[in-house]
Design a protein around this ligand. Structure first.
Ligand code: HEC
Length: 136
């Protein structure tokens, strides 16, 4: 092979290897494992997959219209349950991601949000996401 083209090829493959590391914080899809859920969380899973998965993906793994919520950014120390309830009631202006704004989801009842939060927190825990101080 011609020595002259070898170098750029090596450089390019190096960039390929590096890019996932850089993109990690903003990865818009994650692999989510769902283990055994409490009965409250199972109800929440249904609420989530009915009302939120069209954007946030099945089991909040990230979708075409919204970010993964089983993600370090949304750990309980950085996004408390109140911020989920606020997001659903008022919507969210685009700030962390490039998906645009989240419209309010007023059709989701407060009681269903209690189930939904249980689901999010149980699955976050099953996927190694722990409460961290607000520093991100
Ligand atoms: C039409 C698409 C869409 C639907 C439906 C949707 N979301 Fe979102 N959601 C988004 C987008 C986009 C963002 C990211 C905004 C950003 O940070 O840039 C977001 C962000 C969020 C956040 C983060 C809020 C914050 O303070 O940063 C939470 C929590 C959330 N959504 C929960 C939900 C829940 C729960 C449901 C279902 C009841 C839901 N979303 C339905 C699009 C959607």
């Amino acid at each position: 092979m011609n020595k002259k083209i070898n170098f750029p090829i090596i450089l390019l493959s190096g960039l390929f290897l590096l890019s996932p590391t850089y993109a990690d914080h903003k990865k818009s899809h994650v692999d989510v494992e769902v283990g055994n859920l409490s009965s409250t969380a199972s109800k929440g899973q249904l609420v989530f997959n009915t009302n939120c998965a069209s954007c946030h993906g099945i089991n909040a793994a990230g979708g075409i219209g919204g970010p993964p919520l089983i993600h370090n950014i949304y750990n309980p120390g950085h996004h408390a349950n109140a911020s989920f309830i606020r997001a659903v009631r008022n919507g969210v202006k685009q700030h962390h991601w490039q998906f645009g704004d989240m419209p309010p989801q007023k059709h989701v009842a407060f009681g269903d949000m209690v189930f939904l939060m249980k689901f999010i927190r149980e699955v976050q825990q099953q996927n190694g996401i722990k409460a961290m101080d607000h520093q991100m």
